[in-house]
Design a protein around this ligand. Structure first.
Ligand SMILES: [Zn+2]
Length: 329
């Protein structure tokens, strides 16, 4: 099966809102294993139209999944249209399609399961986008490692909450996340990613929300999805990826979310016409911890079992999954 066929069957499976065997087959495979199973994985945007956004999940696990162990899920990051990364983990280089060298990285926060400067420098990344609240700290670290390793230093770009920044045809608006690090000045971020959005057309408006405990009110207002006394004009999102770190709520709920909470948020947004996806498009959870997998009697669920137990329309992403988020009028 070639990759185009793989993508098409994956899309057909998604249109039916259920997972086919193709998706399950690819779960947990790196690019070499995928190439053996499906033919060469390339960087091109094969199945997406020029208005659509191709998202490749390079990892879908929380920090607990360690590279080198029996890997089911790598740390979470995504590749957008083959050219922009959100976060750069230890396993990104291994999971990138063949010949694909994205030059732009947007970071969510400084936790090591999201931020690995040495690996990014080795790949030769040229532009790094980080919250103004910790960009100086990151710049110092990048410069030190670049000097030690004799690698070229990328340009560092500070990001401000709510201020959009465009890279080619993708626009990123940083939004505040409910997530803390040990550097208390740092504001962790989630992103609204827009493609082809104009005053007349929604295009693709994808909310990528990890790591965060729920969605902060300010983030929802800036994204245009708050229906509660907002002075910012409403604008629905058309795609939704959110973290589902916790199998059930525990002491980490001030920093992370459960799949059920993601489903509830999607339901509320859809009810208020603030989430208008193409028909049949799932909400994807990523950044899953072990407890999402292993909620009953130590039984480790397969991808199919996990999806069967997740509330509609939530589906579990997996490492190497590619999803085409279609533009909406
Ligand atoms: Zn984190």
């Amino acid at each position: 099966m070639d990759r185009r066929h793989f993508l098409q069957t994956g899309l057909a499976a998604m249109a039916l809102s259920q997972l086919g065997g193709t998706e399950a087959l690819a779960a947990g495979k790196n690019k070499k294993e995928q190439a053996q199973a499906f033919g060469p994985v390339t960087c091109e945007n094969v199945a997406a139209g020029p208005q659509d956004l191709l998202v490749r999940f390079l990892g879908s696990g929380a920090a607990g999944w360690k590279p080198g162990s029996t890997i089911d899920r790598r740390n979470s990051s995504v590749l957008l249209d083959g050219k922009v990364l959100i976060d750069f983990t230890l396993s990104v280089t291994d999971m990138l399609p063949e010949g694909c060298r994205p030059e732009h990285i947007f970071y969510t926060h400084s936790h090591p399961d999201h931020y690995q400067p040495l690996q990014a420098l080795k790949l030769g990344v040229k532009h790094v986008y980080i919250s103004e609240t910790w960009v100086d700290m990151a710049k110092y670290e990048f410069m030190r490692i670049a000097a030690e390793q004799k690698l070229p230093m990328p340009k560092m770009h500070p990001l401000m909450i709510g201020v959009p920044l465009t890279v080619e045809d993708l626009t990123f608006t940083p939004l505040p996340a409910n997530h803390t690090t040990n550097f208390y000045q740092e504001q962790a971020q989630i992103y609204l990613v827009e493609k082809g959005t104009t005053e007349q057309h929604l295009g693709v408006r994808l909310l990528y929300a990890t790591d965060t405990g729920s969605i902060m009110g300010k983030a929802s207002r800036l994204a245009g999805i708050d229906t509660h006394k907002s002075d910012i004009p409403p604008r629905p999102i058309t795609g939704f990826i959110m973290e589902g770190t916790l199998g059930k709520a525990d002491y980490r709920m001030f920093n992370h979310s459960t799949p059920e909470l993601v489903a509830l948020i999607a339901e509320v947004l859809a009810h208020g016409k603030r989430y208008t996806p193409p028909a049949g498009q799932p909400v994807y959870i990523t950044h899953m911890g072990h407890s999402v997998y292993d909620r009953e009697y130590g039984h480790k669920w397969s991808q199919e079992e996990l999806n069967a137990r997740l509330p509609n329309p939530v589906r579990a992403a997996y490492d190497g999954l590619e999803v085409v988020f279609r533009a909406v009028d």
